[in-house]
Design a protein around this ligand. Structure first.
Ligand code: C2E
Ligand code: MG
Ligand code: MG
Length: 665
C-alpha cells in the first residue's frame, strides 16, 4: 500500500512539474519514435532525402529547446544564460527548419537542384536577416521585462520569415504543377499541400498568440506528414526484394543527372524468368529475383533497384571517372561468377541464364535525356545492345536511334489513325505461263518532313514492339483486299496475292478471326490469299503458328515461307511446318552471280541443290531479288516456279501496277 502510495505521489509530482510542458513532451516522444523508425531503415542517398534529414534534426532541436525553456528558466543561472540559450536555440532551429522545408519540397519536385545566384540572394538574404535578428536579441535584453518583449519581437520576425518560406513554397509549387501537369511527383501533391497547410497554420497561430505551446506538436505533425506521405522508406523499397523501386530510381536519376554525375547503369537480366514463372509459379520466380537482389545488396555498396520483374538494376557512381572498363569489369566479373552458380529456393536449385546490360552515362547517351526517356530506356534494354554473351554494353548508335525510333512509332500511330499507309504491289512472274500471275503487297510509310520513305524492315519491328502490329495489319489487309475487290484483280489473270505477316502477327490468336472477317467483308475467295511468314525470333510459339496456319488453311488460304536461307527461315522449319511455297532469299541468289565472290561455285551448288530439294518436296518456289537477264535465264533452266525482282519491276503504287498488268498480261 505504501509503495503504491509512493508511486502515485511521484507520478503526481512529475505531472505537476511537467504540466506546463506536457504537450512538448508528447511531441518530443512522438518525434523520437518517428526518427528511430526512419533512421533504422535504408534511405536514398539523394539531395531531397538529405534535406529531410535536416528537417528531422532541426525539428528535434526545436522541440528539445522548446521543451526546456520553462525548466531551464527555473534554474536561476547567472545572467539568465540557460533560458537565453534555450530560446535562441529554439529560434535558430525554427529558422533552419523553415529553410529546410522550403528546400526539401523544391528538391523533391525536381524543380531546382542548384540554387543560382538570384535565387540564392532571395533565399539566403532573408535567412541572414533571421540569423541577425536572433543574435541581436542578446543586446536587447538588459532586464527581464525587456527580455520577454525582445523575444516576442524576434519570435514575430522569425514567424514572418517562416511564413515567407511557406508562401514561396506554395506559390512555386502551384506554378510548377500548372506548367508540368505530368510531373512525376504529381500524385504526391496532396501530401505536399497538407504539409504546407500545417506549416502555415502553426506560423499563423504563433503570430497571433506568441506564447502558445502547440508549436512543438505542429512541428512533429509536419514531420509525420512528410514521413508518411513522402519519405516512408516503404515508398521507395520494393517489398519483394528489399531493393529500391522505380520511384526511387526516378529520384536517383533526377538527382544524379542534374548534378552532372558520371555513372553506369547496370541491368542484370534473368532471361528465363518468364519460363520459371510459368513452370514454378510466381512465388518461386519472385524468390529467385530476391536472391539475386540480396546478393547485389550484400556485395556492393551502391544502390540496387528492382524495376522490371525479371531484372535487377544497379547504379554505379563513377565520380572519379575511372577508366570505364576497368571499373565496371570488376563488378561484372563478380556478378558473372555468382550468376553462373546455382540459386536455391526451398528445395529447388536453379541455374539461371542471364546477362548484364550496361550504359555509361553520359558517354553512351545524349546529355539532354529527360528522366522520362531515361526510365523508358531502362525498361527497353533489348533495343540498345546488339552484343550477345554475358556483358552487353549499350550501343551509342542504337541509343541515338532512339529519337528516330520514337518518331517512327509516332508516325505509325498516326498512319494507323488516319489510314496514312500506302500499299505497293510488286509483280511476280510465272515461268511456265510467262505471265504475271501473282503479286506481293508491300507496305510503305512516308514522313513528309524529316525521314522520307521509311523501310518496312525498320518500322514493322517497331510496330510489333509497341503493340501496334495488329492494328497496322488491319489497315494493310483492308487496303490490299479493297484494291483486289474493287479492281476485280482475279479477272485480270491473278491467281495469288501475297501478303506478309510479321512474326508476332503470325502467332497472334486473333489472326484467323481477323482474316475470316476481312475476307467476308470484301467477298474474296480465300484461295487467292497467300500469306508470307518470315520465321523469326518473334515466333516464340511454334504451337500457335501451327494452330493459326491450320485454321487459315481450313478456310482456303495458303502459306509461303519467306526469306528462305536467312535467319530462322531454314531447313529445320521446313521439316516441321508445311508451306505450299518457298521464297528463296536474294542472299542465296546474289553470291552465285557475284564475280568477286571467291566461292561463287559453292554458292551455285548450294542454290541448285536447294531448288532441286524444294521442288522434289512438291513445293513451289519464288526466287526474290532477280535483277538481271542472266539470273532469270539460269533460274528458268533450274525449273523454279516464280520470279520476283527488279528485273521485271520494282514494287509499284496501285495505279502503276494496274497499268503494268494491262500491258503485260
Ligand atoms: P520481303 O517480304 O522479303 O519482301 C521483299 C523485299 O525485297 C521488298 O522490300 C522488295 O522491295 C525487295 N525486292 C524485291 N525485288 C528486289 C530486287 O530485285 N532487288 C532488291 N534489292 N530488292 C528487291 P521492302 O518492300 O523494303 O520490304 C522489306 C521487308 O519488309 C519485306 O521483305 C517484309 O519482310 C517486310 N514487309 C513489307 N511489307 C510488309 C507488310 O505489309 N507486312 C509485314 N508484316 N511485313 C512487310
Ligand atoms: Mg515477303
Ligand atoms: Mg523475302
Amino acid at each position: 500500500m505504501d509503495t503504491f502510495g509512493f508511486i502515485a505521489g511521484e507520478i503526481k509530482h512529475f505531472l505537476d512539474l511537467t504540466t506546463p510542458i506536457q504537450l512538448q513532451l508528447v511531441a518530443l516522444s512522438f518525434l523520437l519514435v518517428l526518427e528511430i523508425m526512419y533512421f533504422h531503415r535504408r534511405r536514398l542517398p539523394i539531395l531531397s532525402t538529405r534535406t529531410f534529414i535536416g528537417i528531422l534534426i532541426f525539428s528535434l532541436v526545436f522541440i528539445i529547446a522548446d521543451t526546456s525553456v520553462i525548466p531551464v528558466s527555473k534554474l536561476q543561472l547567472p545572467r539568465n544564460w540557460g533560458i537565453r540559450l534555450a530560446s535562441q536555440l529554439r529560434l535558430y532551429a525554427y529558422l533552419n527548419l523553415s529553410l529546410c522545408q522550403y528546400l526539401y519540397i523544391t528538391f523533391l519536385q525536381g524543380r531546382r537542384q542548384h540554387i543560382n545566384i538570384k535565387d540564392g540572394l532571395r533565399i539566403f538574404t532573408i535567412y541572414g536577416f533571421g540569423v541577425i535578428s536572433i543574435i541581436s536579441v542578446n543586446f536587447l535584453t538588459k532586464n527581464e521585462q525587456q527580455g520577454f518583449f525582445a523575444y516576442d519581437v524576434i519570435n514575430l520576425i522569425n514567424n514572418i520569415i517562416s511564413l515567407f518560406y511557406a508562401s514561396m513554397t506554395l506559390i512555386e509549387s502551384r506554378i510548377f504543377y500548372k506548367k508540368n501537369p505530368d510531373s512525376f511527383f504529381r500524385g504526391k501533391r496532396r501530401y505536399i499541400y497538407w504539409t504546407l497547410a500545417v506549416w502555415i497554420i502553426i506560423v499563423v497561430i504563433q503570430i497571433i498568440q506568441s506564447r502558445t505551446t502547440i508549436s512543438s506538436i505542429g512541428v512533429a505533425a509536419m514531420c509525420f506528414l512528410i514521413y508518411m506521405g513522402l519519405e516512408t522508406p516503404g515508398n521507395y523499397i520494393d517489398h519483394d526484394t528489399e531493393a529500391m523501386n522505380s520511384t526511387a530510381l526516378r529520384l536517383f536519376l533526377q538527382d544524379y543527372i542534374s548534378h552532372k554525375k558520371v555513372f553506369f547503369i547496370l541491368n542484370i537480366d534473368i532471361e528465363d524468368y518468364e519460363s520459371i514463372e510459368e513452370q514454378f509459379g510466381e512465388n518461386i520466380a519472385t524468390a529467385l529475383i530476391s536472391k539475386v537482389s540480396e546478393f547485389a545488396l550484400k556485395s556492393f555498396t551502391f544502390p540496387v533497384f528492382h524495376v522490371a520483374p525479371n531484372s535487377i538494376t544497379l547504379i554505379v557512381p563513377n565520380n572519379k571517372r575511372l577508366e570505364h572498363n576497368f571499373y565496371i569489369d570488376v563488378i561484372l566479373k563478380r556478378l558473372k561468377e555468382r550468376l553462373e552458380q546455382a540459386w536455391f529456393v526451398g528445395e529447388n536449385s536453379f541455374y539461371l541464364s542471364s546477362h548484364c546490360d550496361f550504359i555509361v552515362y553520359p558517354d553512351d547517351l545524349n546529355k539532354e535525356i529527360s528522366i522520362h526517356e531515361f526510365m523508358s530506356l531502362i525498361n527497353e534494354w533489348h533495343f540498345y545492345s546488339k552484343d550477345l554473351g554475358f556483358v552487353r554494353q549499350a550501343n551509342p548508335e542504337l541509343v541515338k536511334n532512339r529519337k528516330r525510333h520514337n518518331k517512327i512509332v509516332k508516325l505509325v500511330r498516326e498512319a494507323i489513325d488516319t489510314d496514312g499507309i500506302e500499299m505497293y504491289y510488286q509483280p511476280i512472274y510465272e515461268v511456265q505461263s510467262k505471265k504475271f500471275t501473282n503479286f506481293e503487297a508491300l507496305v510503305r510509310l512516308k514522313d513528309n518532313k524529316t525521314y522520307g520513305y521509311i523501310s518496312p524492315e525498320e518500322f514493322i519491328p517497331l510496330a510489333e514492339k509497341h503493340g501496334l502490329i495488329m492494328r497496322l495489319s488491319d489497315r494493310i489487309f483492308n487496303q490490299v483486299f479493297d484494291f483486289v475487290a474493287s479492281n476485280k484483280i482475279a479477272d485480270k489473270g491473278i491467281s495469288h496475292i501475297e501478303v506478309n505477316l510479321s512474326g508476332l502477327q503470325s502467332v497472334d490468336a486473333a489472326l484467323p478471326e481477323q482474316m475470316t472477317q476481312l475476307l467476308r467483308k470484301y467477298e474474296l475467295n480465300p484461295n487467292i490469299v497467300n500469306l508470307e511468314i518470315t520465321e523469326s525470333i518473334a515466333i516464340t510459339s511454334s504451337f500457335m503458328l501451327k494452330k493459326n496456319m491450320d485454321e487459315l488453311k481450313k478456310i482456303g488460304c495458303t502459306f509461303s515461307m519467306d526469306d528462305f536461307g536467312t535467319g530462322y527461315s531454314n531447313l529445320s522449319q521446313m521439316a516441321k511446318i508445311d508451306y505450299e511455297l518457298i521464297k528463296i532469299d536474294k542472299s542465296l541468289l546474289w553470291p552465285c552471280f557475284d564475280k568477286n565472290n571467291p566461292v561463287q561455285e559453292n554458292a551455285k551448288i548450294i542454290l541448285d541443290n536447294m531448288i532441286t530439294m524444294i521442288l522434289s518436296l512438291g513445293k513451289k518456289i519464288v526466287v526474290e531479288g532477280v535483277e538481271t537477264k542472266e539470273q532469270l535465264d539460269y533460274l528458268e533452266k533450274m525449273g523454279v516456279t516464280y520470279i520476283q525482282g527488279f528485273y521485271f519491276s520494282k514494287p509499284l503504287p496501285a495505279a502503276d501496277y494496274l497499268k503494268f498488268l494491262e500491258e503485260k498480261n
